[in-house]
Design a protein. Structure first.
Length: 363
């Protein structure tokens, strides 16, 4: 049976009474991460880029992408003046591509409306594309030393375990309570807000991990209800599962002279703005499609396959035909191009497409 708890006033004050902020700041000074690239040279622009990249992505994955991104787009104006496709190329493989498109849109807006200076107002930050309450709070804390709460996935895990909350943290009523906790237990002054915010993130990422949390290393062990009741394996509660529908798509992987034929996806929908393969309703008419769009060149079907992936709202089966063809002709329709295999690494391709192409190395 699932235990549902409401936080009473005394429980909400638990952290204040235990000097929560002081405890995790002291812990961070001894054990926290202090050499991340966006910490070393901290500017509003760099903080923003790092926070967007870190949404739903681990630090270890972000590090390489962040360094390349900052090298290519070192400031707001350069990013704003770049083509969206160039931004997507550097983002390729990081996933959640709406983040990259929103990053570009925000750069354009700041360059145009704020004289290329990042707005320090929390409300103005919230109005920018791709910036929600927690991201705005992190930018405010790190870039402008403002006392604003954060509530990313790591922080939610810390608070739900600390209070023994056995409800999904994404539930509106639970999330509201968590925001109250986050707000009530900020440091008394702005002096340590940067350290406190990073400490809270690090505690969730490195100690209060989802699997096998290191409770003996936690500065909050004596207050943690989940630890006291042996519930750390059960909390946080996972999102209630629902049966996802499955969609099928059929792609032609056309290989000619060490190049693949790609088609740019529309600006909205799956893989918006990225390069995928020609898509058919099924493979019954693939030969006719090739003849009608690429002429009468010789071609040979070398491999059939299927790749499974999933999105938030549905599962996707990607069926593909790998075909060798002796022409580099382009279809009359726009948004097609041949990309040499040597240039694929820098191309703006969806991760599932990359994985499919990697299977052809031995073909």
């Amino acid at each position: 049976m699932t235990l549902k708890r409401s936080l009473n006033r005394n429980e909400k004050q638990l952290l204040k009474n235990s000097k929560f902020a002081d405890k995790i700041v002291r812990w961070f000074n001894l054990h926290g991460r202090k050499d991340l690239p966006w910490q070393i040279e901290r500017t509003p622009y760099r903080v923003w880029v790092s926070e967007i990249m870190l949404q739903q992505t681990q630090v270890t994955t972000v590090l390489t992408y962040y360094k390349k991104f900052i090298k290519r787009f070192p400031d707001i104006d350069i990013l704003a003046n770049a083509e969206e496709e160039k931004v997507l190329e550097l983002w390729s493989g990081l996933g959640y591509y709406a983040r990259a498109r929103n990053l570009h849109k925000t750069a354009i807006e700041i360059s145009k409306n704020y004289d290329a200076k990042f707005p320090s107002s929390f409300d103005r930050l919230l109005s920018l594309p791709g910036i929600g309450r927690s991201t705005a709070g992190a930018i405010s804390a790190f870039a402008f030393k403002e006392k604003k709460p954060i509530l990313d996935g790591n922080v939610k895990r810390v608070f739900t375990r600390l209070f023994g909350i056995m409800e999904w943290a994404g539930k509106l009523s639970v999330e509201k309570k968590l925001w109250e906790i986050a707000s009530d237990n900020l440091p008394k002054t702005n002096k340590y807000i940067q350290t406190y915010t990073q400490a809270l993130m690090d505690l969730g990422a490195t100690v209060c991990k989802r699997r096998q949390p290191l409770c003996n290393n936690c500065p909050l062990q004596s207050e943690c209800i989940s630890f006291k009741k042996n519930l750390t394996k059960d909390i946080p509660i996972s999102k209630p599962k629902k049966i996802l529908p499955t969609k099928e798509i059929y792609l032609l992987v056309l290989d000619s002279n060490n190049s693949y034929l790609f088609k740019k996806k529309p600006s909205k929908g799956i893989w918006a703005g990225l390069w995928s393969m020609p898509e058919l309703e099924n493979f019954e008419n693939s030969e006719n499609w090739i003849k009608e769009n690429l002429g009468e060149g010789n071609f040979k079907i070398l491999k059939l396959g299927k790749h499974k992936t999933a999105f938030t709202h549905y599962k996707l089966n990607i069926h593909f035909q790998y075909i060798s063809i002796d022409t580099l002709k382009l279809p009359r329709i726009n948004n097609y191009k041949w990309i040499e295999k040597s240039n694929l690494k820098s191309a703006a391709l969806p991760s599932p497409i990359r994985k499919i192409l990697n299977t052809f190395e031995s073909v």
